[in-house]
Design a protein around this ligand. Structure first.
Ligand SMILES: *Cc1c(COP(=O)(O)O)cnc(C)c1O
Length: 369
């Protein structure tokens, strides 16, 4: 991670002097469970259909700026109209555009950290103040009364369900109350929505709240983090804003083609999602058993995404040993605010999860002696 040079600090806009490039702390490993990707192979029929679609895509023409065919497929998936969908170059672009359109100097974004670090990062790029209502330090439950109070004077709210990295989902009444309380836009980031239980998505609330925006992505359950495609669902006039501020050709022809196949094949993903959900429960039980078998103080939280948040003794060192001795990469949050001692482990394939459990068993046992 490089700080800006002295020379560049004088040249960039004053509010950008402290920025540093995002560092996903990636190093090549046999098992990468650090980025909440879907580590299962794409269903083979889907992969074949994508390859065919890509091969048939001309590269000499500009993309359809709004990706209307893809919007139609997404709208159909969610029982909405095309005019209620905007696609982006990953959910990240849409988060940036949300801040670009509705944030800005002298305006406030409300968040409930620990949450996705990109929210505060994009807010800082766009000079948006961040009002933080932290979660309970032990349970990570959001502070609902405080958040509702703060929402009344916020221009923008972003909440996450399931939340990254804590894994919990928000009660829908809370989302509705936020929509009533906030005079501006309320975004519910559902990047992990497909992994959660039935009935926790805010999508059905869109008809009732004109200031609600739901963010989704093809990067997680759909197993297409590499193609960079996300989308927002909202009322038509909100979508008009997203459509107006976006980089015109940000979603390229190959991405549009691959995403269209994936969305139309969504039923083929159901067994993979089911598998990840059951592996998540198995991994949770396994880690819980390891913690109680050692005298080590630790905790693993229940989560509804494709990852688990764990607190283990000497977490930063443990993460290094997993990487260096077992070639397993997990995400270290132990120096992030509110997440002391915490690692986030993506739920992988059964073999990958077994490797994590046996490595942790050895490392935690060694820790005891
Ligand atoms: C992964 C993720 C996203 C979006 O990721 P993209 O790959 O940019 O679509 C958004 N929000 C959260 C909380 C995430 O974890």
């Amino acid at each position: 991670m490089a700080e800006l040079s002295v020379r560049m600090r004088e040249l960039v806009q004053p509010h950008l002097t402290g920025i540093e490039p995002y560092d996903p702390m990636f190093s090549p490993c046999r098992i990468n469970l650090s980025a909440n990707e879907n580590t299962y192979p794409l269903p083979s029929a889907v992969r074949a259909a994508i390859d065919e679609a890509l091969a048939a895509t001309p590269l000499n023409r500009y993309p359809d700026p709004l990706a209307n065919e893809l919007r139609d497929a997404l709208a159909a998936r969610h029982g909405l109209e095309r005019t209620q969908v905007c696609v982006g170059n990953g959910g990240d672009e849409l988060l940036f555009n949300l801040l670009l359109a509705f944030g800005g100097r002298g305006r406030a974004l409300l968040t409930c950290p620990p949450d996705f670090s990109e929210y505060a990062f994009f807010a800082s790029l766009l000079e948006t103040d961040v009002v933080r209502v932290p979660r309970d330090p032990e349970t990570f439950a959001p502070n609902i009364p405080e958040a509702l109070h703060a929402a009344r004077s916020a221009n923008l709210v972003i909440v996450t369900s399931p939340n990254n990295p804590t894994g919990d989902v928000l009660p829908l009444e809370f989302v509705e109350d936020l929509c009533h309380a906030c005079p501006g836009i309320v975004m519910v980031d559902e990047a992990y929505g497909e992994f959660a239980d039935e009935g926790v998505s805010a999508v059905p609330l869109l008809g009732r709240h004109a200031n609600l925006v739901v963010l989704r992505t093809l990067s997680k359950a759909f197993g297409e983090a590499g193609i960079r495609c996300g989308y927002v669902l909202a009322a038509r006039d909100v979508i008009d804003v997203f459509s107006a501020v976006r980089q015109i050709y940000s979603v390229n022809v190959l991405t549009q083609a691959a995403a269209l196949v994936a969305v139309r094949s969504r039923d083929a993903y159901a067994p993979v999602v089911e598998r990840i959900r059951s592996e998540r429960e198995r991994l949770h039980a396994g880690i819980e058993a390891l913690i109680s078998a050692t005298s080590a103080a630790g905790r693993v939280w229940r989560g509804q995404g494709n990852f688990l948040l764990v607190r283990l003794p000497d977490a930063a060192r443990l993460r290094e040993r997993l990487r260096d001795e077992y070639s397993i990469l997990v995400r270290d949050f132990s120096s992030a605010p509110g997440l002391a001692g915490c690692l986030r482990i993506t739920v992988g394939t059964p073999e990958e999860n077994d490797a994590v459990l046996s490595a942790l068993a050895e490392l935690l046992k060694g820790d005891e002696s």
